[in-house]
Design a protein around this ligand. Sequence first.
Ligand SMILES: NC(=O)c1ccc[n+]([C@@H]2O[C@H](COP(=O)([O-])OP(=O)(O)OC[C@H]3O[C@@H](n4cnc5c(N)ncnc54)[C@H](OP(=O)(O)O)[C@@H]3O)[C@@H](O)[C@H]2O)c1
Length: 224
Amino acid sequence: MATAVVIGADRGIAAALVDVYRERGDEAIAVCLGEGEAWAGKGVRVVAGVDVTDDASVAKLAAALAGTSVDILVHVAGVGALDRWGEFDFDRMLRHYDLNALGPLRVVSALAGNLSTGGRVGIVTSRMGSIGDNGSGRMYSYRMSKAAANMLGVNLYHELRPRGVSVMLLHPGTVATQMTHGAKGWDQMTKPAEAAAGLAAQLDALGPDTPVEFRHADGTLLPW
Ligand SMILES: NC(=O)c1ccc[n+]([C@@H]2O[C@H](COP(=O)([O-])OP(=O)(O)OC[C@H]3O[C@@H](n4cnc5c(N)ncnc54)[C@H](OP(=O)(O)O)[C@@H]3O)[C@@H](O)[C@H]2O)c1
């Protein structure tokens, strides 16, 4: 039985990923921004009130997990933005960078000591953060902050590999969650459970000798 920690597990893809781990018998730890009421009675350990943009909050998470050996750590929490040319809100962009790029750095650095040898770290970024795949522009703050998160993942790979910990960057697909709600074709988008199953499968396939990669939940290798 592995111990899997999922960050941002109040709802959406992260909540579905917690379900994947608990349903297969792993110890699932849901790290939530809110109180995590949805997990009551489901056999899931909850660490509540963790805002990944807040140093003290992440320190509280590290204290809550002191002594817990973590085999799988997946940072999913993030925020989307539809900023357009000529309508930039730079303060909001900085807040998004804080969450999407610095959030996973805060969390992974705070929990690095908990990661077991052979452990796996997944960071859910987005295909929107791929420079090579950017064929349509726009979404400035989202693309830029997710590209930074991809760079973070490669740095973490170099940092953690000597300790026997593997790192992977992940795109979940276009998923019907609160983040995408209202977008065209929402009903036809991938469901969170399917995306989460794919993300877990990619992390399961990650071995100590796997180079750092950016993969779609369906297994497709994505360009940086
Ligand atoms: N949906 C897609 O199509 C898609 C595509 C590509 C990438 N992604 C990425 O996948 C991840 C999850 O997306 P989603 O669609 O599941 O989004 P979502 O439904 O909006 O869920 C976002 C989650 O992040 C949590 N969160 C927000 N701010 C936080 C903070 N400061 N600290 C800790 N947790 C925080 C939210 O908690 P509350 O519920 O308490 O607000 C919520 O649980 C994001 O990183 C997103 O960029 C999604």
